[in-house]
Design a protein around this ligand. Structure first.
Ligand SMILES: [Zn+2]
Length: 324
């Protein structure tokens, strides 16, 4: 029986369900307060915190640490680690571990965000149901040598339960101290609402292939299938083929995302080096090598990865030209 056809029984985790209901309720009240009571500077401030969190998660936890798409200066690493800590979703180490497990067993019952169980499971039901019975053993099979050597990751992991509450307390009550914002606006808007927005940003990323990915054999044009605001494409699936490409599009796009733009700016400022991407010819060569040597495509493709900044050329990767 194929793994995707086998369904393990999952029990509802009522504590998690109640927790998510509670924090969503608090966030909705926070949004109400933001609309009718909060000072405009608190709204700008909260949006800035969300922005930093998103960079910490996407450019940091995902592209830098989970997939080693580039190398970063320690100062930038610290900034991204702070952003990720603000999200209140566990330490960088644990996030990367789970994300690597997701890639390793993508689309199977062992995948913590298995998209074959539907959009609701990939998006949030996985948080409210019991995990795979062998989840702990599976996590131990994930390669983490690079993380163990990374001082920022290990430092944040060790001090997470001290750092996270401290950072949350400082950022939540700063508006109260600096410009006299009300206590409840601080807690419910700058605290809960901010946290919920970044939480959903993360959850959407886990379910990207279901939301933005084209179905197999879908005949719609990659370029024109604009359905409301969701531009479906094969780029989310591409990420699971070559996850180390720094231009990866978590949200159904490739090389035009704002996180990719940030990485390019940081590269220009020398805060980032060793970017890894690939062009169409590299993909073709890797496919030929895979067919000749029976090596994994990902391994063959890594040999043709290059840093576009070193070559001073614009990287073009046209998915429509690649046979699949
Ligand atoms: Zn990934």
């Amino acid at each position: 029986m194929a793994d995707k056809d086998f369904r393990i029984p999952r029990e509802i985790q009522w504590i998690n369900v109640l927790y998510y209901i509670y924090i969503h309720y608090a966030a909705v009240v926070g949004l109400y307060l933001a609309i009718f009571q909060a000072k405009w500077i608190t709204i700008v401030y909260t949006l800035c915190l969300i922005y930093i969190s998103v960079l910490g998660l996407n450019a940091g936890a995902h592209r830098l640490w989970a997939h080693s798409s580039y190398k970063a200066h320690t100062a930038l690493k610290l900034f991204l680690a702070v952003g990720q800590t603000l999200m209140c979703q566990g330490s960088l180490y644990n996030w990367v571990l789970e994300h690597r497990l997701h890639h390793k067993y993508f689309g199977t019952e062992k995948d913590p965000f298995n998209p074959n169980l539907g959009i609701l499971f990939a998006y949030f039901k996985n948080k409210c149901l019991s995990k795979h019975p062998d989840n702990e053993k599976l996590l131990n099979t994930v390669e983490v040598t690079d993380l163990l050597k990374d001082n920022v990751v290990m430092w944040q992991n060790r001090l997470y339960w001290l750092l996270a509450p401290l950072l949350i307390a400082v950022t939540v009550f700063l508006p109260l101290e600096l410009w006299g914002e009300s206590f409840w606006c601080c807690v419910l808007f700058a605290g809960f609402f901010r946290s919920i927005v970044s939480l959903h940003y993360n959850w959407i990323m886990n379910a990207a292939t279901v939301i933005w990915g084209l179905e197999p054999l879908n005949k719609y044009s990659i370029q024109t299938n604009l359905v409301f605001v969701v531009n479906k494409s094969l780029w989310p699936q591409y990420h699971y083929t070559l996850p180390w490409d720094y231009q990866t599009g978590e949200y159904g796009n490739y090389n035009h995302g704002f996180v990719t733009a940030h990485i390019r700016v940081w590269a220009a400022l020398r805060l980032v080096t060793d970017l890894r991407t690939i062009d169409t010819d590299g993909i073709r060569k890797a496919m030929i090598e895979t067919s000749k040597t029976a090596q994994e495509f990902n391994q063959c493709a890594e040999k043709y990865a290059f840093d576009p900044n070193l070559l001073k050329i614009k990287c073009e990767l046209d998915l429509e030209r690649i046979p699949y």
